[in-house]
Ligand binder design. Structure first.
Ligand code: AMP
Length: 430
């Protein structure tokens, strides 16, 4: 037996039914907001992520050399690839540019429930908006997508990394290490970094600030703790949260000064969405505004985006009991005798053309074995095609749930099965 690589999964039909439901909810949400789809390659040059990664992410990358000795990496996220594409191809396109991507990403992490080495992300970016409008649009789309996918018991926590950056007047690299330690709540490391930077005075303040979580009152408290630094940031957050009701978002949003985000390139508003139903790995998405285009050779451009972990949304919508019908066959066609097999395939083709999900016996089993198979596949109907009925232009239609059987005209079969006209979404084979 050959085992799967650690941290990977075989996504089975039942899981994928829910995954597809979540995926189509995400696509509809993004497209309803005017985003267009873009998909960067699955592997990228290592330097793309070297340029943008902060401490932390590099050890998590699947990096390798190809046969020509190029340093490549399986994408650990989408944003860098999307920004590379923007800088190389879209710099002169009308702004703002709204792009979404959806697909698997790869990280060498310690696997556990809800944390995998291959997982799916839904990623959205706005490039070239104005801060308040683009930040609000981004936050709103993240929240509404998750709701549309059936995860409704979620909490959105909004913070601002800019206030901490304004407070920490140390070189950018040192700042990055301090913020990383704060993000991970690694307080010994925080102490060590602040000590090295000669900023130990700031330690208590930083720890107090990141513990603030709640309503608008905490913005004032944070501002007081930081000695008034970051007033603009707090005003921005107030205006942002005042904007959300216009999108129909009236609850489930709080301020959280402890939202820092792992990556080094965030500059302003940051947010995370949590699903308490998920236990330890409860973060289903996060994002914020960032400066990245200049790292890839572009002009600075105001950028805001988010990534949602699709697998966690699949788990969260399941935990909330959102019903997604399991994949089922509408009908299974049973040819009775060799002579009519051709006709049975023709009936099958006609039904498939209406958009019904139809399968047919491919191994020449007898009728009773075929009915067992139809049952195992969860078919709603069995269509038994035999000479006697065919001579009258009929087939025998069996309700697999009740076992009731009756004759139906071939010409009426599709309408009896509920699909008399080719539907939108029916399969066009011609
Ligand atoms: P990030 O790009 O780190 O901000 O991650 C965005 C979202 O992807 C997180 O909020 C999680 O929902 C999801 N995510 C991150 N890492 C994993 C993982 N190893 N397995 C499954 N989902 C993940």
């Amino acid at each position: 037996m050959i085992e799967r690589p650690r941290g990977t999964r075989d996504l089975d039909p039942a899981y994928l039914a829910r995954h597809s439901f979540v995926e189509s909810a995400f696509r509809r949400a993004a497209e309803s907001f005017g985003y267009r789809q873009m998909l960067p390659p699955t592997f990228e040059p290592l330097e793309l992520f070297h340029a943008k990664a902060g401490p932390g992410i590099e050890q998590e990358m699947y990096a390798f050399k190809d046969k020509a000795g190029r340093d490549l990496v399986l994408r650990p996220e989408f944003t860098a690839g999307v920004l590379r594409y923007y800088v190389n191809e879209l710099r002169n396109a009308p702004k703002p540019i709204k792009l979404y991507s959806l697909g698997p990403v790869f990280r060498y992490e310690e696997p556990q429930h809800g944390r995998y080495r291959e997982f799916w992300q839904f990623n959205c970016e706005i490039l070239g908006g104005t801060p308040l409008d683009a930040d609000a649009e981004t936050t709103a789309l993240a929240v509404l997508s998750v709701r549309a996918a059936g995860a409704r018991r979620v909490e959105t926590r909004i913070g601002h990394i800019g206030m901490l950056r304004a407070y920490l007047t140390v070189p950018k690299e040192v700042q990055g290490r301090i913020l990383h330690a704060l993000d991970k709540r690694d307080f010994p490391k925080l102490h060590q970094e602040l000590d090295k930077a000669g900023q130990l005075d700031a330690e208590a303040t930083l720890r107090d600030v990141i513990a603030l979580r709640g309503g608008p009152e905490i913005l004032k408290q944070a501002s007081d703790l930081l000695g008034g630094v970051g007033g603009e940031a707090f005003e921005h957050l107030m205006r942002l949260s005042d904007r959300l009701p216009a999108y129909g978002i009236r609850e489930g949003v709080i301020f959280d000064m402890g939202i820092i985000r792992g990556l080094a390139y965030y500059t302003g508003m940051v947010f995370q969405i949590h699903a308490p139903t998920l236990g330890a790995e409860d973060q289903i998405g996060g994002g914020g505004s960032y400066a990245l285009a200049e790292l890839f050779g572009g002009e600075p451009i105001f950028s805001t985006g988010f990534a949602i972990g699709m697998d966690r949304v699949v788990l969260a919508s399941g935990a909330e009991g959102v019903a997604v019908p399991p994949p089922k066959l509408d009908a299974y066609v049973v040819p009775i005798g060799d002579a009519i097999r051709g006709k049975a395939f023709e009936i099958t083709a006609n039904l498939r053309g209406t958009g019904l999900k139809v399968d047919i016996d491919l191994v020449g089993r007898g009728p009773s074995k075929n009915l067992d198979y139809a049952n195992a596949m969860g078919a709603r109907w069995a269509v038994l095609v035999g000479d006697k009925e065919l001579a009258k232009g009929n087939v025998a239609l069996r309700n697999m749930e009740t076992g009731e059987q009756r004759e139906v005209a071939v010409a009426e079969l599709a309408s009896v099965l509920g699909m008399d006209k080719p539907l939108m979404g029916g399969v066009e084979f011609h």
